[in-house]
Design a binder for this molecule. Structure first.
Ligand code: NDP
Length: 297
């Protein structure tokens, strides 16, 4: 019986943020270029406020410029599009991120399509999604990018021939994750709510990525002996008598760790990688906009 390595996503993300900070230092010193990230928050969603605060803090810590735009919940779509137009033509804002979800009066797709694809550091623009789907290089969504980095850290750079199962087919996690693994020459299966035999699909996977949003759904006996298990799920339990709630992944961690070769915990696995990859994407975007190579660290 395997005793899985518990992957420390927090430490890995810290290392990536340090590398990004070193890249920023070089860009400043050698090219007088300070990468900048503009984050737009509409409304007062508490979780979004926390995300935006930590994105801002980590952007500044990496030596970059952070531009925060907080708009009231009743902001019209037109007003938001006007702000994005301004950011698209602002040479100091190399990356633009609109925090989701947006209020009901705003069409998310219209807003995401308005962002200049060269500044689309979330990688959600249809142009960047198309680039990823067709195998060319563009800005890649942060969470799947972070998952791929973790997988390569564990298995090495050559993933060719590995069987990968991605559970979930959303545009922000499942589909780009599958496209990235395909680009790495894995044999990729994408499962979803209509998949006939999910445990059977999972049992064949050398790489198992769960991005579903259902606490502890993936059981230990679904996992292939020695597989790497990446748990993207973030499921918050209802508050207990003391008002405290717990975060659980999509994978039954205690069961799966008995079988897997390596596994990400929740919290402390994939989560911290998302912001670190956002910072990396901002550096990538800043370099591309200035026709520079990303400094090698
Ligand atoms: P979505 O709700 O957009 O997608 C969920 C996917 O899971 C869908 O494709 C759905 O299938 C599939 N699914 C639902 N139920 C089942 C089931 N019983 N069996 C198999 N597949 C099922 O979620 P997201 O992709 O946005 O997020 C997934 C999880 O990842 C969430 O917990 C979210 O909080 C977390 N997350 C974490 C991030 C991080 O930084 N760590 C970032 C983003 C998300 P179908 O398409 O058929 O409906």
């Amino acid at each position: 019986m395997a005793d899985a390595k518990i992957i420390d996503g927090k430490a890995f993300a810290q290392g990536l943020r340090r590398r990004v900070a070193d890249q920023v230092k070089i860009l400043k010193e050698d090219h007088s270029l300070t990468p900048g990230l503009a984050v737009v928050l509409v409304g007062e969603d508490p979780a979004s406020q926390i995300y935006v605060r930590s994105k801002n803090k980590m952007t500044v810590e990496a030596g970059m410029k952070s531009f925060e735009h907080r708009l009231p919940a009743e902001t019209s779509q037109k007003e938001l599009l006007t702000l994005i137009e301004g950011l698209n033509s602002d040479p100091d804002a190399h990356g633009i991120l609109v925090q989701l979800p947006l209020p009901d009066q705003i069409d998310k797709q219209v807003v995401l399509a308005k962002i200049d694809p060269a500044k689309d550091v979330d990688g959600f623009h249809i142009f960047n999604a198309g680039k990823l789907a067709t195998g060319s290089s563009g800005l890649v969504p942060c969470t799947p990018l972070g998952c791929l980095m973790i997988i390569k850290e564990q298995l090495g750079d050559d993933l060719s021939g590995k069987r990968a199962l991605v559970i979930g087919r959303s545009n922000i996690v499942g589909k780009p994750m599958a496209a990235l693994l395909l680009r790495e020459h894995c044999t990729v299966t994408v499962a979803h709510s209509r998949t006939a035999d999910l445990p059977g699909e999972a049992q064949r996977a050398d790489i198992l990525v769960a991005a579903v949003g259902r606490a502890n759904m993936v059981k230990g006996d679904w996992v292939k002996e020695g597989a790497i298990v990446i748990d993207v799920g973030m499921n918050r339990s209802p508050p207990d008598a003391e008002g405290k709630s717990k975060l659980a992944g999509d994978v039954d961690f205690d069961e799966a760790r008995e079988v897997a070769g390596a596994i990400t915990p929740v919290p402390g696995g994939v989560g911290p990688m998302t912001i670190a990859c956002l910072l990396q994407n901002t550096v990538t975007a800043a370099c591309a906009q200035n026709e520079l190579d990303v400094p090698e660290i």
